[in-house]
Design a protein around this ligand. Structure first.
Ligand code: CTP
Ligand code: MG
Length: 374
């Protein structure tokens, strides 16, 4: 028995708002189409691969897949795309699958094929766990219950001759899926075992699910400034009363500097020296909190937000514990996270070295960032 796969890839991905076919958006070094395709390929259950896609995407898609796949031009609707693809299918059984369902698994593929072989059709479904209702004008119009309601997914497998016959009747009509075409023109559609993870990438945020690794990055930062007379001592944007202050081109807020470096380092954006060079007069006496705001804008641009911060201040004097709460609140406010997501410790160096001699203050900081958008 020969099995063909038709992979529907001819959509525009309009709901992602990305102006690009969602199947070709690279996330964490992969694309949706590669992930979807590889599951079928590795299953060793498929003999013929047919990709239905828009002409403009063909070159890019073919560069990602084996040379043995066949290409068919898509239509204006999914129904028309599948109709086009079915014309060149040569298998006894054809599996039709959305390129946008990258979490399909081998068990589901196999169950669809086996069910179609036995009954003529086998479509991936899962029972609905949520109550489903019909709505009208923002209100519930009717409860549909849940005990007999199923979510229909793909793959959907059919005896090729039957689904080809069904599609010969569709004309320019549009259907929800292939099972519906079969149901209208051939007869009963059989259920196969879908799986709950087999969701369809539809909106922009769904693309994040493609990432294999946790969407979290960690960075470290370190800074040191000299303690001198006639300078203010500023830590985390708060002025601390002391006989000396920190020397620097900017306001020398050593804590904020180490935190900024940790944030930048987490997503490989170099360090503050690169972005705010002390050779630039623009940063003379700069308010480091303003620079921190710029760093936050840079990571936001890359779709990241700070998740938490941890830092330790190494200073012999003054005693910092009375100021830690105020410093923490100020930084939390600027960064836009809860105060309990910032942990700041302070330690002396027991009189040892330049810190012990009160010649300078150092800070070591770590930051974790989470990916929030593409
Ligand atoms: N599809 C297709 N031909 C079309 C429309 C859709 O082959 N004319 C494919 C899509 O590429 C996708 C699958 O059918 O893999 C399911 O469609 P959908 O999730 O609606 O994707 P898009 O149509 O791309 O997205 P949107 O509706 O947001 O534009
Ligand atoms: Mg669509």
């Amino acid at each position: 028995m020969k099995v063909s796969l038709v992979l529907a890839c001819a959509g525009k991905g309009e709901r992602t708002g990305l102006n690009k076919n969602k199947l070709l958006v690279s996330v964490g070094g992969t694309t949706c189409i590669e992930k979807t395709f590889s599951t079928f390929y590795n299953s060793l259950l498929i003999d013929e691969y047919i990709i239905v896609c828009a002409d403009k995407d063909k070159k890019e898609i073919s560069s990602l897949l084996p040379t043995t796949v066949k290409f068919v031009c898509g239509g204006d609707t999914r129904t028309q795309s599948i109709k086009n693809a079915l014309e060149i299918v040569t298998g006894d059984i054809v599996l039709i699958h959305d390129g946008a369902r990258p979490f399909v698994c081998k068990d589901t593929i196999k169950d669809c094929i086996d069910t179609a072989e036995q009954y003529g059709s086998g479509i991936a479904t899962v029972i609905s766990c949520d109550t489903i209702c019909k709505t009208k004008n923002g209100e519930i119009d009717a409860y549909l219950g849940k005990s007999e309601l199923y979510n229909v997914q793909t793959p959907q497998a059919f005896k090729t001759e039957l689904i080809k016959k069904a599609y010969s009747f569709v004309g320019n009509n549009t259907f929800n899926d292939d099972g519906e075409v079969f149901y209208k023109y051939i007869g009963k559609v059989h259920l196969a075992k879908g799986n709950r993870n087999n969701i369809k990438i539809t909106y922009k945020e769904d693309l994040l699910l493609l990432k294999q690794a946790p969407l979290c990055r960690i960075g470290t930062g370190f800074d040191c400034h000299k303690l001198v007379e006639n300078r203010k001592l500023i830590l985390g944007g708060i002025e601390i009363p002391h006989t000396k202050g920190l020397l620097g081109h900017s306001d020398a807020d050593v804590l904020t500097h180490a935190i900024m470096d940790a944030i930048l380092s987490a997503i490989s954006l170099r360090d503050i020296g690169t972005h705010f060079p002390d050779s630039d007069t623009k940063y003379k006496d700069a308010d480091s909190i303003e620079l921190l705001k710029q760093v936050l804008a840079m990571i936001k641009e890359q779709g990241y937000a700070v998740y938490n911060i941890s830092a330790v201040i190494m200073a012999e004097k003054p005693k910092l514990s009375p100021y830690i709460v105020e410093i923490t609140k100020n930084l939390a406010n600027i960064i836009g996270i809860q105060a309990d997501a910032i942990g700041i410790g302070a330690t002396t160096l027991e009189g040892l070295g330049f810190i012990g001699r009160e010649e300078g203050i150092c800070v070591n900081a770590s930051a974790s960032l989470i990916k929030q958008s593409i």
